[in-house]
Ligand binder design. Sequence first.
Ligand code: MEV
Length: 323
Amino acid sequence: MASAFAPGKCILFGEHAVVFGHPAVAVAIEQGVSVRIERSDDWTLEGSPFNPSRHPHITHILRNVFNYSGPPLQIDVQSSLFSAAGMGSSAALSNAFAAALHEHVSPDESIDQITLAKMAHSAEANAQKGRASPTDTATSALGGCVVVSDYRVKGTKHLFDTSLETPEGSRSWAVNSAIIPPGIEESWLVIGYSGTGSPTGKMVANVARLISEKPERMEEMDRISKITMAGLTALSAANLEALGMAMDACHESLKNLEVSTPKLDRMVQAARPHSMGAKLTGAGGGGCMVALTKDPNRVSEAIEVAGGRPLTTRLGAEGVRSL
Ligand code: MEV
């Protein structure tokens, strides 16, 4: 039996813009996905027959990353994330599955988090029709705070580079880590699930279409880029007030990219009186918002009153690991 856990993620700044090469800042959260793999007589997932076409991330890792041709496997998955909601559940699944499969096929060899991050990114890119930044997969693999950009970002530690052919041309990213300073411990993230899924592939394609129909909207990407860098400076200085202001500004830009929804906007508004800042997080179109607060109970209540389901976490959990 082999098992592994990988955390979900919360994007603080730069979702969507990062697909176009602008920077993004994301933190790993305490909740995540665990995967257990055992040799079996039949291929099963969660006790039912495994249907490869319905699970593109698992299938890609089995076939294209590991070229697995061994006996059938019983695969069990447990998740404490809202699924398909912008919390990086498919990235966490890919990381935890790749780590567990590696342990299953090569029990005496260790595997590093950067290799797992690259494997999971290839699964994500495959499932998102070639449009996927490494943000979700790297944050889930490496843990802590990850800064993804098309250049090396000052004040962060450069970890690796990665590239991808997307329908809009080739993209390359530098994956960096940032230190979460002690002052940030005074705050929590409250993530609020809107109750409907966030179809990442569709939302990324919608933004690509919006930019091609209205090229002037590309300015919003530059605006997000500036907000992201201001947010990163605030995070590094543990300036919670400035961090929250940057989150508020980022939400306005994401609204201009037409990825927010009335429900997400209501939840963001409800959280703000008790928060330093609040915004949608992830691909949008449903999914989740996030608030930065010193009063997670009041924010959770406000999100519930606005019709959402809250979940509280500290910023920057540990990355993928064997169990
Ligand atoms: C999804 O969590 C974040 C997006 O920026 C897509 C990506 O980075 O691949 C919308």
